[in-house]
Design a binder for this molecule. Structure first.
Ligand SMILES: [Zn+2]
Length: 306
């Protein structure tokens, strides 16, 4: 099993697609789980360009229904179906997304060949929306002009070691060791439950990646993603357009860096840049002055979470 935790930036721009920056989309591999967060126009072309095998994706998370975050979704789903996908797919997004997709597929008389599950996001607090023995995804509300959600991807159990004294003391048979080490809890025939967490040790602290786009600065973000190790935060504007950021419920690079500083993350990644900027030098210098370990993301960039 791969222990890879990696993000591929498929789109790093804001509202308008440009030749340098496609609208928002990020492909994430976490302990062999394949996820897509947001799916702006052209995402499937970006996937081909950057070598992402999109049929592996089992979960798609849509932050909100501004077009630059989901206009590529219908095209991607259609392509998956045309290429013979039969594995189910789960989409998590704002409530009305389900009907938007339904209308488009019905109008085209082109039902999908695979099972599409839809999980509506409605919470006004952080909530776990997907979890298995190796990772967890939580959604939390951001502060934007329409209902918008951020996502926290947390690995767990990726580096499990057997806790031999605990196994010996409980008299656990060797035949169960491999399953426990892989993070599986086991129910014995007599009904006893062997919880893998009781018999294994995590060798390194679990890593996490928070995706925050789009949002104005707000206080609750600190409780929602406390302890996160890596942060992606929108920085649509530089300080020159602070007023514009406020009026459109977006953030400046400096505001994003303040969030990173207060959270104490390892590294900050900035994206969702307005197409009005020829480059992101202002964003980088304004953010770095507050939080030095800041990276400007580019389309095609691979981020290793380690
Ligand atoms: Zn938006």
């Amino acid at each position: 099993m791969s222990k890879l935790f990696e993000v591929v930036v498929l789109g790093s721009g804001a509202a308008l697609p440009t030749s340098n920056r496609a609208p928002s989309a990020q492909y994430i591999v976490c302990n062999n789980r394949h996820l897509l967060i947001d799916c702006g126009e052209g995402t499937q072309s970006q996937m081909r360009k950057y070598g992402v095998h999109f049929q592996k994706i089992a979960h798609i998370f849509i932050s909100h229904l501004h077009g630059d975050h989901y206009f590529g979704l219908i095209g991607l789903l259609s392509t998956m179906s045309l290429l013979g996908r039969n594995q189910g797919l789960t989409i998590y997004g704002p409530v009305s997304l389900e009907n938007i997709l339904k209308v488009q597929f019905e109008a085209a008389f082109s039902p999908l060949n695979f099972q599409l599950n839809f999980i509506p996001l409605t919470a006004n607090q952080k909530e776990v929306i997907f979890e298995d023995n190796l990772m967890r995804v939580s959604a939390f509300p951001l502060k934007h002009r329409i209902p918008t959600f951020g996502f926290l991807i947390e690995e767990k159990g990726s580096e499990l070691k057997l806790n031999l004294p605990a196994l010996k003391e409980a008299g656990i048979k060797k035949e169960y060791f491999r399953l426990l080490k892989q993070g599986n809890s086991i129910e014995l025939l007599d009904g006893t439950l062997l919880n893998f967490a009781d018999y294994t040790i995590s060798a390194s602290p679990p890593l996490s990646y928070a995706y925050c786009s789009d949002t104005a600065p707000f206080k609750n973000i600190y409780s929602f993603i406390k302890g996160t190790t890596f942060l992606y935060h929108e920085a649509t504007f530089s300080n020159r357009h602070k007023e514009r950021a406020k009026n459109t419920a977006h953030s400046t690079a400096e505001q994003a860096a303040t969030v990173a500083l207060n959270l104490g993350v390892k590294q900050l990644f900035l994206g969702h840049f307005s197409s009005r900027y020829a480059n992101c030098e202002e964003h980088l210098s304004e953010a770095s002055a507050i939080f030095p370990n800041t990276t400007i993301v580019e389309d095609g960039m691979k981020i290793s979470i380690h």
